[in-house]
Ligand binder design. Sequence first.
Ligand code: SAH
Length: 247
Amino acid sequence: MIVGLGPGPAEWMTPEAAHAIAAASDVVGYRPYLDRLALRPDQCTHASDNRVEMDRARLALQLAAEGRTVAVVSGGDPGVFAMAAAAFEAIEEDPRWLKLEIAVAPGVTAMQAAAARLGAPLGHDFCAISLSDNLKPWGVIERRLRAAAEGDFVIALYNPASRARPTRIMQAFDLLRGMKASTTPVAFARAVGRAEETLQLMTLGDADASLADMATLVVIGSSETRLILRDGARPWMVTARTYGVRR
Ligand code: SAH
């Protein structure tokens, strides 16, 4: 089973995911995700570094082929920039792996969690782009950012920055500033659902891109996204479903 753990808290993990983990003889994943789980002493854990997704996927398939009951875990949803794609990329390497019973347990992805906190920023057409250029060239990312701005999508940016790539988010903002209104609402949602959660609202014009780190999901509005101001509380960020006209 390829399992999504949700963005952090237990109440954002599906019962299916919890059952799959409880039923597993072996749990494979990035160490911080394994640390979040209350595993039993009889369950084997296979912790790894974040950068070795393909090795982790092969190990999980190997263990399953040996007859073990394996849960491969990802934060959020396993199909969104995560382990499900890695597992299916590896699966053709060994004919025995194609015979395995594999299922994917979906999870709440970071952009849904962030959107829930912010109001309804993904209420109309939106897209998700990972700024990580570990697996794709930066030129492709720039092309997609341009197309997303051109199409006036709300943009959810995953993997906005890391120690190895601190300036990518700044380059992305520079590109978007040349194409979108400077008043466009922008949200930085960090560690949503965890104790250290922070939510910051800005405009594209004055956003400080250096605030984003690997635990941040950045939401950039479309021309229809607006803030609903409230006394003494953070504004709601909303993208109306009626385009251009208000009913
Ligand atoms: N499969 C995951 C995404 C993995 S990519 C999912 O569906 O959410 C890792 C990126 O996800 C991070 O760099 C960050 O942009 C985002 N992310 C994951 N958990 C988050 C959280 N709790 N709060 C904000 N962003 C998060």
